[in-house]
Design a protein around this ligand. Structure first.
Ligand SMILES: [Zn+2]
Length: 557
């Protein structure tokens, strides 16, 4: 059964009001973009579907029946969805966008089937990237016809004037060329470093294969990316993100240079996603002490600071209340508590938002306690501040209701659950899984969740995130027997995490997050209807149209 469409009367009234508002603002009342031809999911509970949406001056000026939209939209360019489904613009509420671009700029060696094929890819990449060291990753030699590791001779034959560093797919070995070896001063006389091995041939000569800690001898000498390379990485990542269907991002752990790149690309019209920035702790003060630079409609805005409580689960750095189930440790705090408290006090004093990394149940409890103590006695001020916990990954069941009670936002990345399901049970044991990746429990308790990807740690694909949130199986369809599948959320809840939830988490719910008259025109459109298709079809869908702030940033029907 289809939910009811808006009534004709409410369209007409709303449309006239919107057009009148345009006229008084001196904006155009003709032209624009009219999207139709597929289900438009508005994200508004009272009228969840519409036939058409009319966009002008960066906003929705009409949402409703096609006939009315055409009447209001004379001169508009019509975009036919051809049966694809439209949604409010997806926002990745936790991404490191420059990191996504840097990863994409590496030489990708996944799937090369021989040393000869590796050489071909190296040659092509070197031609396309004529300057600087070449860093690649992803090769594995086990099925190669040559039956051996690549050597420095193999690489020198292709590139001998700048360093080449090619990591094996497991990250535990690298093949390097002679230029890289001499840059690091590695020769036949160099001893193996602690925890590493420099491979040598029968005559004792260095082959170019570096194992484990020996990789660091070369890696430490490779120059950091230049400012121009970082700007280019961000530019390419933003374009990639629009093409994957994202309309916006919350960029976390932002440096001052990266913030400058966001502003510069935005000013140049080369930032196809709107961005809320959360700064590194050492960069935030400078931003908030300088004059306010942007109005509320600016597509790039600095919102606050990203701080860190503990480490990550895979490397057993997440701080747990009881020891790991598969090790004697209980994790670590990466920021001392008194330092964290100072960071929070400064955020409250300068009135900016806090996004605090917490993975383990102890890390989460300490952060909630620290938030409470910073606002001691003023629960309303804490709620109004909308401070966020990034990841909120493993929470003691008794702490789950504290998020809603305190008004703290859980900023979560569903793909982590389907990546971690292979090792989280052994790290945590069965009982602790009850509060792990507990999206449904948090929502039931009344908490607000913002959905993100943590790319480049994960791929940064809205379809994988949506699939993980509502299905909680990995991409092959696997989930272990105790993987708490009842923590998967409904399609509507998954949609809200990446749309209205992300908007609320960045104080933009009056401007974004739903397809409604007057809001900024953000839309993500996919070849499958995510609200109704089979779960396994979700990650196979294609992004066909992305609109951010009224601008078509991706179109590929
Ligand atoms: Zn992250």
């Amino acid at each position: 059964m289809h939910p009811p469409l808006l009534t004709r009367r409410s369209f007409a009234v709303a449309s006239l009001a919107a057009l009148a508002a345009c006229a008084t603002r001196g904006e155009s009342t003709v032209g624009g973009t009219l999207v139709r031809g597929g289900p438009i999911h508005t994200g508004v509970a009272a009228h969840p579907r519409a036939e058409a949406a009319l966009i002008r001056n960066g906003r929705f000026v009409f949402v409703g029946a096609l006939r009315e939209a055409r009447a209001a939209g004379r001169g508009a360019r019509e975009i036919d969805l051809r049966g694809a489904a439209a949604f409010p613009g997806f926002t990745d509420a936790h991404v490191h966008l420059t990191g996504v671009g840097q990863a994409a700029l590496l030489l990708d060696l996944v799937g090369v089937e021989s040393i000869a094929a590796l050489q071909t890819r190296l040659r092509d990449y070197a031609r396309a990237h004529p300057e600087g060291p070449i860093v690649g990753r992803g090769w594995i030699e086990t099925h190669w016809p040559e039956g051996r590791f690549p050597t420095r001779g193999d690489l020198d034959a292709i590139v001998n004037d700048r360093p080449v560093f090619l990591e094996r797919i497991d990250g535990h070995a690298a093949a390097v060329n002679s230029t890289a070896l001499s840059l690091a001063g590695v020769d036949a006389s160099t001893p193996n470093p602690e925890g590493g091995r420099i491979e040598r041939d029968a005559a004792g000569a260095v082959t170019g294969m570096l194992i484990d800690n020996a990789m660091g001898l070369v890696a430490a000498r490779l120059p950091a990316p230049t400012p121009a390379q970082n700007r280019e990485a961000l530019r390419q990542a933003a374009a990639l993100y629009a093409a994957r269907g994202w309309a916006g991002v919350h960029n976390v752990s932002t440096t001052l240079a990266e913030e400058g790149n966001f502003q510069m690309l935005s000013d140049a019209g080369e930032m196809p996603v709107h961005a809320s920035l959360y700064m590194e702790p050492d960069a935030v003060r400078a931003v908030f002490e300088r004059e306010a630079r942007s109005d509320v409609h600016s597509p790039v805005q600095v919102r606050g600071v990203k701080v860190y409580m503990d480490g990550a689960l895979g490397s057993r750095g997440a701080a747990l209340l009881a020891p790991y189930s598969d090790a004697a440790s209980d994790g670590l705090l990466v920021t001392a508590l008194d330092q964290l408290n100072q960071q929070l006090a400064q955020a409250r004093a300068l009135n900016y938002q806090v996004a605090a990394h917490a993975i383990g149940d102890r890390g989460n409890r300490l952060v909630l306690d620290a938030f409470r103590d910073t606002f001691a006695g003023d629960a309303e001020a804490l709620r109004a501040a909308r401070w966020r916990v990034e990841h909120a990954q493993i929470i003691a069941p008794e702490d789950i209701p504290r998020f809603a009670a305190m008004g703290v936002i859980a900023s979560m990345q569903p793909s982590h659950a389907i990546s971690d399901l292979h090792f989280a049970p052994s790290r945590l044991g069965d009982d602790r899984l009850a509060g792990a990746y507990a999206w449904a429990s948090l929502l039931r308790s009344g908490a607000s969740i913002a959905g993100g990807s943590d790319a480049p740690v994960e791929k940064g694909d809205p379809l994988i995130e949506f699939y993980a949130a509502c299905y909680r199986h990995d991409l092959t369809g696997f989930a272990g027997p105790n993987w708490r599948l009842d923590e998967a959320v409904s399609r509507e809840q998954a949609l809200a995490m990446f749309t209205s939830g992300a908007a609320f988490a960045s104080f933009q719910e009056s401007q974004r997050g739903t397809i409604e008259i007057g809001k900024r025109a953000d839309m993500s459109c996919f070849s499958a209807d995510l609200m109704t298709c089979a779960p396994e079809e979700i990650p196979r869908a294609r992004p066909v149209l992305t609109i951010s702030d009224g601008r078509v940033t991706h179109e590929a029907f």
